[in-house]
Write a protein of this length. Structure first.
Length: 76
């Protein structure tokens, strides 16, 4: 599997590297941490894990809610 560092993952996801680091620190995004305990080390993220994580963030809109909201639009 293809592995990316935090900056490459950020570019792939269209977000900042600091947000990728935050997701890893919060243990929301699966990753590998290389280096000794207590040091920053290096993060490696599998592309499949990143894609699955981004898919889990998707918010679906129900058709009924969407249609209902249109009833309140008034033209002047």
């Amino acid at each position: 599997m293809a592995k990316m560092n935090a900056h490459q993952a950020a570019e792939h996801a269209g977000v900042s590297a600091s947000l990728v680091y935050q997701w890893c620190a919060e243990r929301r995004l699966p990753h590998f941490r290389l280096g000794k305990s207590g040091t920053r080390g290096k993060l490696l993220i599998e592309q499949a894990d990143l894609d699955a994580f981004l898919t889990s963030l998707r918010v679906e809109v129900e058709q009924e809610e969407r249609a209902e909201g249109l009833n309140y639009i008034r033209r002047r």
